[in-house]
Design a binder for this molecule. Structure first.
Ligand SMILES: O=C(O)C1=C[C@@H](OP(=O)(O)O)[C@@H](O)[C@H](O)C1
Ligand SMILES: C=C(OP(=O)(O)O)C(=O)O
Length: 428
């Protein structure tokens, strides 16, 4: 295991990066394919810890999966329905939120006996809003440690009906319900309480569900009507677009010190909300060009922004780093749920940004970043959070080196991140 990685100051970045498949799309498609009628060929699947956990879970319950071409391509033999068996199994999901939340809902269908658990941080990440919602539809769910967090035991029982769910902690709870409800025995009517966070991820869910033949009607994301007793039907073959959250680091690098950088595999028709990161980068001054299947970015004079980034919580972290190279103070607002992800990201970003000399203010749901007068070399604690590691690698675009502790935490979503960053970096 590599304990640290020091990156020397980078003069400029130039070149192309082929993005790995989107994590959000990969895990949704794996699950939908496993429950659908027919065989699904999946291309450009992300190979990382998060997708490995989803694949392991599906294999554990007996789904046949064949992998080809360095695991980027796989074939899933669909179960035709939800997973109705008494497996009596314990499944470990690491710190994969997309796996944990969606599988809690899916294993609540029918009659199952399964325990879902995760790493230490997963045992602190909220799940209660989802559990409450599923219980309203009849699910039998128990907390193993008598807390409101995983590990959790599921016994099925969910049949649908009228369900109210909190929207302000994680959109993954609603995504999980939307994936499970078409297979419930009754129709489901969901009403979402409070502001729905990370809304564009619900669009990813609805679009992918539609590819598997199921249409869900909603009223401005406030209420959703889902017919019960439906069946997912495999679209036979799907290509996963590049991960736009991962792409944000290279576009940011280019905005800061880029001759010209091109990220391949994602473009103007992306279904990922993080594509809106490009608008913010443009507003800050970067020269951005978005085509059908690639995006280019070039350095320019950068200025600060003060924006609500509730819709793009992951890519918003990258903006906090670009802020270090922009004129003025950048404020990133309405990001309370940064606190309940891989680590408390508001606290972690504030602490590490201060180490390199930035002036940082943090509140319950915002962070403000003023660039340092002079960047300081720092050893960055990554809190086992892949995005903290990827964000702070960009500090090497200043005049100083940076040391990233536990760089392999990037394996959660992007095992080749440092290799790809170095491939476009020109050193002094
Ligand atoms: O549904 C998804 O694929 C995701 C939703 C977001 O989480 P929240 O809805 O918890 O903000 C995002 O941060 C996460 O990386 C992936
Ligand atoms: C929040 C994230 O992941 P998860 O799917 O575990 O919620 C993330 O990738 O930034």
């Amino acid at each position: 295991m590599q304990t640290s990685l020091t990156i020397q100051p980078i003069s400029y970045v130039i070149g192309n990066v082929q993005l790995p498949g989107s994590k959000s799309i990969s895990n949704r498609i794996l699950l939908l394919a496993a429950m659908s009628k027919g065989i699904t060929n999946i291309y450009n699947l992300l190979c990382s810890d998060d997708t490995r956990h989803m694949l392991n879970a599906l294999k554990t319950i007996g789904i046949t999966i064949k992998k080809f071409n360095n695991d980027n391509h796989c074939t899933i033999y669909g179960n035709t329905n939800a997973f109705y068996h008494n497996y009596n199994k314990k499944i470990f999901l690491g710190n994969s939120g997309t796996s944990m939340r969606s599988l809690v809902a899916v294993f609540s269908l029918g009659n199952n006996k399964i325990e879902l658990t995760g790493d230490k941080r997963m045992q602190e990440r909220p799940i209660n809003d989802l559990v409450n919602a599923l219980r309203q539809g009849g699910a039998i769910i128990n907390y193993i440690n008598d807390t409101k967090f995983p590990p959790i035991s599921l016994e099925g029982g969910f049949i649908g009906g009228n369900i109210c769910i909190n929207g302000n902690i994680s959109s993954q709870f609603l995504t999980a319900l939307l994936i499970a409800c078409p297979l419930a025995s009754k129709d489901t009517y969901i009403s979402v309480k409070d502001q729905l966070v990370s809304k564009p991820y619900i669009d990813i869910t609805l679009q992918l569900i539609k590819k598997f033949g199921v249409h869900i009607i909603h009223n401005n994301y406030k209420t959703f009507l889902i017919k019960g007793n439906q069946q997912y039907v495999s679209p036979q073959s799907l290509y996963i677009e590049g991960d736009m959250s991962s792409g944000s680091y290279f576009l940011a690098a280019a905005a800061i010190k880029g001759k010209k950088v091109k990220i391949n595999g994602v473009g103007v028709n992306s279904i990922q909300g993080d594509i809106q990161f490009t608008k913010i980068l443009k507003k800050m001054g970067a020269i951005i060009n978005i085509k059908e299947n690639y995006i280019t970015c070039q350095k320019n004079y950068l200025q600060s922004v003060n924006l609500d980034m509730n819709h793009i919580p992951d890519a918003a972290m990258t903006i906090a780093i670009v802020a270090l190279f922009a004129q003025g103070t950048t404020v990133i607002r309405n990001i309370y749920n940064w606190r309940v992800k891989e680590t408390d990201r508001i606290l972690a970003m504030s602490t590490e940004l201060r180490k390199i000399g930035a002036i940082v203010k943090e509140g319950k749901n915002y962070i403000s970043v003023t660039p340092p007068n002079c960047f300081q070399y720092a050893v960055i604690n990554t809190y086992n959070d892949h995005r903290i590691a990827m964000c702070f690698a960009l500090i090497a675009l200043s005049e100083v080196a940076v040391t990233i502790l536990n760089p392999e935490c990037t394996f959660k979503t992007y095992p080749n991140f440092f290799k790809h960053l170095l491939s476009i970096s020109v050193f002094k």
